[in-house]
Design a protein around this ligand. Structure first.
Ligand code: ATP
Ligand code: DGY
Length: 523
């Protein structure tokens, strides 16, 4: 989610600028009916992960007895329920939680991105806002997803609330992506500025989120189980919306309620790997030297229940059901798509070719080499949960429309000063790949969208493409390859057909990484 907060109308009610808003030529294009369905499927992916539905699935309160159920655990409420939260989706989560828990909630503090209340208000998304007399205090901070003074104030208020609890209390912790930057509490003598610089340097040198958060945990009072320790002996229930592939609770928002298993050696390896060990500030060296093998102790989290309430896999499962209801045979390929966007695009291009050929009469089949190449590409991408064989078997037996679903977070190597995002770049690259094969008697559409509604620093959530994209663009004087060479996918999609291929949701209020849809329909 980029810095500028902009919200368009609610996904559940009036989710998108209609994808079919082009002129007559656009309406006749082969992919248009598919585009409507792809739009609906993307909507359902996001809709299932909105704070309200998610909280209602995770929690149930018996108003008579005051018994709160979280999964298979029950907690007795008696004016003992407190709430804290931090993350990009936490405002809506807190609003939904307060609605559900009512008077049982004694007090709360949340740390959310700068400008989010105004943005939600502006969009009329009342369900994402706390009520006027809410018991939850809101701090806004972490502009540009970097820890700042405002986020530090929020973190200290959260720590104070946690430290004031007793064994009779229950602390509900709401966690979502972006939580690390919104909960900075550096261990002295490390300063906020030093932590900010180190985080920036690590990210700029290519550290992944696991590595970044390992360092953040070692230098933080609240991450890596520190918040759970502060709340002890109160019971702690963390409701977590995952924005990390594989849903590792110790990584999401740097695991403030999960005991850290990393030690100082792990940190030093990471700092070495990115050439930062020699130039470390003295304060960081001091804190690392002081830390024992486990900064917050593995035995301090027995009073904690960590629950993943939303994830990319759960979102895709919802879209799969919706696709089946629309008449597709639907398969979830993977919820862990990672790797360079170019390889991921090649994979989807070849998958469309091979799957499309399986759907058409004999004689148009993809070559054995293409199928082998597809498996080779899949192996290179090293996707742990990939269901490629199952997907192809489904395609062979289908004889009708197919929907292949996937999600995750590919990486983009920026090549120029253009404007774009992961999803628009992936879609454009897949569009180019799809155009490489002669179109068979199958309609094909690929869509890629960020579930938070904001793809990179653009106002779009993503884009959709069809095999005719490159040739149609050429007819408009737009050269796909040159837009790609400048990392300028957003400009391309804004120009191409007046922008009808862009997805516009505005901020959705949730964030479970990206969703990819490949639709194939025999004519
Ligand atoms: N011109 C561009 N073309 C393609 N991708 C870009 C471009 N500029 C930025 N990006 C990508 O956008 C992403 C950053 O955008 P954003 O702030 O939405 O991050 P995010 O990881 O999606 O955040 P969140 O965790 O909220 O989803 C990075 O993956 C970056 O490589
Ligand atoms: O906040 C963070 O650490 C990232 O968004 C991953 O959860």
């Amino acid at each position: 989610m980029a810095a500028v907060l902009q919200v368009l109308p609610c996904v559940a009610r009036a989710p998108f600028r209609p994808l079919l808003s082009g002129g007559p030529v656009v309406r006749q294009a082969s992919g248009m009916a598919l585009a409507e369905q792809a739009q609906q499927l993307f909507e359902s992916t996001v809709g299932a992960m909105l704070p309200g539905p998610m909280l209602h699935r995770a929690l149930s309160l018996d108003p008579g007895s005051g018994l709160l159920k979280v999964r298979d655990r029950s907690f007795q409420l008696r004016q003992n329920l407190h709430l804290v939260g931090f993350g990009k989706a936490v405002l809506g989560m807190a609003a939904a939680a307060e609605e559900l828990l009512g008077q049982h909630l004694v007090q709360g503090v949340i740390s959310v991105p700068k400008g989010i209340r105004a943005a939600m208000e502006h969009a009329g998304k009342q369900e994402m806002l706390l009520k006027p007399h809410s018991r939850v205090q809101v701090f806004e901070g972490a502009e540009d997803n970097l820890p700042d003074r405002d986020a530090l104030r929020a973190a200290l208020a959260i720590r104070q609330l946690a430290e004031g609890l007793t064994a009779d209390d229950l602390l509900l912790v709401l966690i979502s992506g972006g939580g690390s930057a919104l909960l900075p509490a550096p261990i002295p003598p490390v300063t906020l500025e030093e932590k900010q610089t180190l985080t920036k340097l690590l990210a700029a040198r290519g550290a992944n989120i696991q590595e970044l958060n390992t360092i953040r945990k070692a230098l933080s009072q609240l991450k890596g189980g520190g918040l759970a320790q502060a709340a002890y002996p109160a019971q702690v229930v963390s409701l977590i919306l995952s924005d990390v592939v594989g849903d590792p609770v110790e990584v999401i928002a740097s695991g403030p309620t999960v005991a850290s298993v990393h030690n100082v050696q792990d940190c030093l390896h990471i700092l070495n790997r990115y050439g930062l060990r020699a130039a470390l500030p003295r304060s960081v060296k001091t804190v690392l030297a002081r830390a024992d093998s486990d900064p917050h102790g593995p035995h301090t989290c027995g009073h904690v229940l960590n629950v993943i309430i939303g994830s990319n896999a759960l979102a895709l499962a919802e879209a799969q059901q919706r696709a089946e209801a629309l008449g597709y045979r639907a398969v979830v390929l993977s919820a862990a798509i990672q790797g360079d966007v170019k390889s991921v695009a090649q994979f989807y291009g070849l998958l469309a070719r091979v799957a499309g050929a399986h759907l058409t009469p004999p004689g148009t089949a993809a070559s054995v080499e293409q199928e082998e190449q597809l498996h080779q590409l899949a192996a290179e991408l090293q996707l742990p949960d990939l269901q490629l064989k199952e997907a192809l078997e489904t395609v062979v037996g289908a004889g009708g429309p197919i929907c292949l679903l996937a999600g995750g977070e590919p990486t983009v190597q920026l090549q120029g000063s253009g404007k774009g995002g992961r999803n628009q770049e992936l879609a454009l690259r897949v569009g180019a790949e799809l155009g490489r094969w002669p179109p068979g008697p199958v309609d094909v559409l690929f869509l890629s969208g960020g579930t938070d509604g904001q793809d990179g620093p653009t106002e779009a959530a993503g884009a959709w493409v069809v095999p005719e994209l490159a040739s149609q663009a050429a007819a408009e004087g737009l050269d796909v390859a040159s837009f790609l060479s400048r990392s300028d996918s957003h400009t391309f999609f804004r120009c191409f057909r007046g922008g009808v291929h862009l997805l516009h949701t505005g901020l959705t209020g949730t964030n479970v990484m990206d969703a990819h849809l490949l639709l194939l329909r025999p004519r």
